[in-house]
Ligand binder design. Sequence first.
Ligand SMILES: *Cc1c(COP(=O)(O)O)cnc(C)c1O
Length: 256
Amino acid sequence: MLSLPTLPPHLQANLQGVHERITKAARAAGRDSSSVRLLAVSKAFPAEAVLAAARAGQRSFGENYAQEAIAKMEAVANLAPELIVEWHFIGPIQSNKTRLLAERFDWVQSVDRLKVAERLAEQRPLNLPALNLLLQVNISGEASKGGTAPDELLSLARSVVALPRLLLRGLMAVPAATDSVAEQRAAFRQMKQLFNQLRNQLRDEPGGRPPLGANPVSAFDTLSIGMSSDLEAAVAEGSTMVRVGTGIFGARAARQ
Ligand SMILES: *Cc1c(COP(=O)(O)O)cnc(C)c1O
């Protein structure tokens, strides 16, 4: 039996609200709401918040800082040893800090250069399943943001699919923040186009029919776009995973 803490009413209401937003946006786009996964971004919130959300059925969590995440994973495992949680790394990656990601996470969504992918492939323990990988795209061309440039995406993806112990699942992006729904949708639409284009290119690669490396093109199924403030626009444009922090857990304290 899982023993989890009781769910604080605000968290229950927030989670339900986010599920309703996803359902409504999916319906408006003629999509099935089960085609959009919810990643709960638990950065800056303690293990107890993860356990409380788990009590409401949430099982995938996103983290930006490796050390913080690992302390939290250990606390969660101690408090609820039977609970199976899927951990996604979504933060900036320093290439000398890949080992913890390779050893402890189920997904890494923020890969934007080959060096990082190569190290993850080398360091992924053989007894674990392949590490699920998304390539982060700098879709708004912001100098301050991580992500590969769209015109470098194909060459990066070709190299990544040839690496062992990784499974390239798709793309992730954090477009420039804007209140304009039209601008939000335009950036997400570009991501969907890049996603479709890359999927076709990987399939049509000379000698690249599955298995291309170890990566069947059928595994290329995830477009991680949309956060608390713009998930409707992302779902309208084809998101298959929204990453929601504030909308579930509330405002984060500033990081020291
Ligand atoms: C923090 C973060 C999120 C969640 O943002 P909210 O606005 O709190 O929903 C999603 N994706 C990434 C990459 C993040 O760093």
